[in-house]
Design a protein around this ligand. Structure first.
Ligand code: ZN
Length: 84
């Protein structure tokens, strides 16, 4: 019996909707700083339409256990620019 190929689905931490993993930003926090996902450690996903979402600073703050939301948001935008 042929098994259907399925794309991995992940949830955006901001809107909590599920998307194909390939279309999501994969991020992680290291020592309270936001980074693109490296090769190890805990990561989380965000969809691109949530970049300007009002809940995004709060979610980043929660993920990174850091209250520096302005810094986290600036870093997020840098990561997106570098990501293309
Ligand atoms: Zn989202």
């Amino acid at each position: 019996m042929a098994q259907k190929l399925h794309q991995p689905i992940r949830m955006c931490v901001v809107c909590r909707e599920r998307f194909a993993q390939v279309g999501l930003l994969r991020l992680q926090c290291r020592n309270g700083k936001l980074e693109p996902y490296g090769k190890e450690g805990r990561s989380f996903y965000m969809c691109r339409s949530c970049i300007e979402h009002k809940k995004t600073p709060g979610q980043l703050s929660r993920q990174c256990k850091s209250g520096a939301t302005v810094e986290l948001m600036n870093r997020l935008k840098e990561i997106i620019v570098n990501d293309g």
